[in-house]
Ligand binder design. Structure first.
Ligand SMILES: Nc1ncnc2c1ncn2[C@@H]1O[C@H](COP(=O)(O)OP(=O)(O)OP(=O)(O)O)[C@@H](O)[C@H]1O
Length: 489
């Protein structure tokens, strides 16, 4: 389990960030079926220093809410999102928040240490003292229990280790806000508990940690600082894990059997399993999330049932390294990338060249393919260039070469691009680098392979094939002028 008491002394100071949202609506337009409302006037407050878990039945709108809050989706949404009491400025918010998606998309062919090193260069700059850089990386790997897997390639990591590495990569510049979509999906009970403890430790360090979870165990459920239940696109509960049972008793008259997991029980209630009006009652009892923390005496509170964002701020200041005034001051500024475009290009190029070089099976496969196809095509059209009566065969050869050059290089791109684009989306969304730097580095790093694609078949078709296999013609047939039967060209 992660040790919550461990501190990350080498990381940059943390600014406390509270996120409040009010009257959030999200509608999608389905072709031919009219609009579909997914979130309905939903409200809530997610505080710094707390682990907030968004729970709810499947299809309730949890991921949609997370995507809206992270800024991953924003079209067709209405309502307001406040960051430390100010309307969210997306340009700034993207620099202080990180989104860890459900799929663990990691750079292949790099070890844990190399992936962390490249991320640290992109996020902390190139001028950092190497010892300081290594200390920062080691500290994070230690906290996330990845030290033993430091030299393991990312594709060989276990599911839990991959998840922890995804979190570690985003922790390098110590983001104050972390969004995680179903971080425990695909993990066994022990790994889920370890992942949960890690998130709790991150929140205890002053971060705002918001994650979508599927039913946690009863023990973990009680440890959640803020349980946020979404049902039918509305907020059905917001408060501490241990308050859920009294809440259900008071709002719907439902009592959870002693042997039952309260997380299962509240989700069943949120599905309407115990009564068709329970969801409405739950939503009304927390006023669709306007009640920021439900407590049993909530009904008796004055109209100002929510603590204001400024009051909340004061509570969190004590556990953070930076005051809210400082945080708000920082939030006003638009931070750029840690590196200039040229430096981003250099780091990305090194990372990509290393990956291309390490991907030896891909490299060997491609070269063998070109060799084999070169021999076949070269054999089929051998010595056509010198015979003017075989004009059509010359055209056939040129046509085959064009098809070869067109389709063969396209296939790996078609297969690889969907994977690459997902990783790119994650890294670009989390502000690792600019698209221009990525594109330039990608193009340059793949040039050697592209060049081999262009020259290898041509050489094989003409010189190599003719010289080595047939031994009597070293000229490239496609470049030769056509010779007529009478010998004129
Ligand atoms: N672009 C879209 N077009 C139509 N329906 C959509 C679209 N995006 C989401 N939905 C619908 O909105 C609802 C909420 O989706 P969302 O992914 O937020 O659910 P969820 O609570 O995260 O579910 P799960 O736990 O199963 O992942 C679902 O019924 C989904 O089908």
């Amino acid at each position: 389990m992660a040790n919550p008491k461990k501190t990350l002394s080498n990381l940059t100071p943390l600014m406390p960030v509270n996120i409040e949202f009010s009257d959030l609506n999200y509608t999608v337009h389905q072709n031919g079926y009219g609009p579909k409302t997914i979130l309905r006037n939903i409200n809530g407050l997610f505080k710094s220093g707390e682990l907030t878990c968004i729970l709810g039945p499947s299809g309730a709108g949890k991921s949609t809410l997370l995507n809206l809050l992270a800024g991953y989706k924003s079209a067709n949404a209405t309502g307001t999102i406040f960051v430390n009491g100010r309307p969210r400025d997306m340009r700034v918010f993207r620099r202080i928040s990180r989104y860890i998606m459900q799929e663990d998309l990691l750079q292949p062919h790099l070890s844990v240490d190399e992936a962390m090193y490249a991320a640290s260069q992109l996020k902390l700059g190139l001028n950092l003292d190497p010892k300081q850089r290594q200390a920062t990386v080691d500290e994070i790997l230690d906290l996330l229990r990845l030290k033993k897997a430091k030299h393991t390639r990312t594709e060989k990591l276990s599911g839990g280790e991959r998840k922890r590495l995804s979190i570690a990569l985003e922790m390098i510049n110590n983001p104050p806000v972390m969004f995680l979509d179903e971080p425990t999906t695909g993990l066994d009970d022990l790994s889920s508990a370890q992942c949960f403890s890690l998130l709790k430790a991150l929140a205890a360090g002053g971060r705002t940690v918001i994650c979508v979870l599927h039913t946690p165990s009863a023990r973990l459920f009680h440890m959640i600082d803020n349980v946020y239940i979404v049902a039918e696109g509305q907020c059905a509960f917001q408060g501490k894990g241990q308050e859920v049972i009294p809440f259900l008793e008071m709002s719907c008259g439902l009592s959870c059997p002693k042997t039952y997991n309260p997380a299962d029980f509240v989700l069943e209630a949120a599905c309407g399993e115990y009564g068709e009006h329970d969801v409405e009652r739950m939503v009304a009892a927390v006023e669709n999330g306007r009640c920021h923390r439900w407590t049993p005496d909530y009904q008796h509170q004055s109209p100002a049932r929510t603590t204001s964002i400024d009051e909340d701020s004061q509570q969190v200041v004590e556990c953070s390294d930076m005051s809210f005034n400082d945080a708000n001051h920082l939030l006003k500024h638009d931070f750029g990338f840690a590196l200039s475009g040229w430096d981003q290009f250099k780091v990305l190029l090194c990372r990509m060249l290393l990956q291309v070089w390490r991907d030896s099976s891909h490299l060997t496969l491609k070269l063998s393919l070109h060799l084999a196809l070169g021999i076949i095509i070269g054999g089929m059209f051998y010595d056509m260039g010198n015979d003017g009566s075989k004009t059509m065969f010359n055209f056939g050869f040129c046509y085959t070469c064009i098809i070869f050059f067109l389709y063969i290089p396209m296939m790996p791109v078609l297969l690889q691009f969907p994977i690459d684009v997902k990783i790119l989306k994650r890294e670009y969304f989390n502000r690792w680098y600019s698209l221009g730097a990525y594109y330039a580095a990608y193009t340059i790093s793949h040039l050697p392979l592209q060049a081999s694609k262009t020259f290898c078949p041509k050489c094989i078709n003409s010189k190599l094939l003719s010289l080595v296999i047939f031994g009597n013609n070293v000229r490239n047939p496609c470049l030769l002028p056509l010779r007529a039967a009478d010998g004129s060209t």
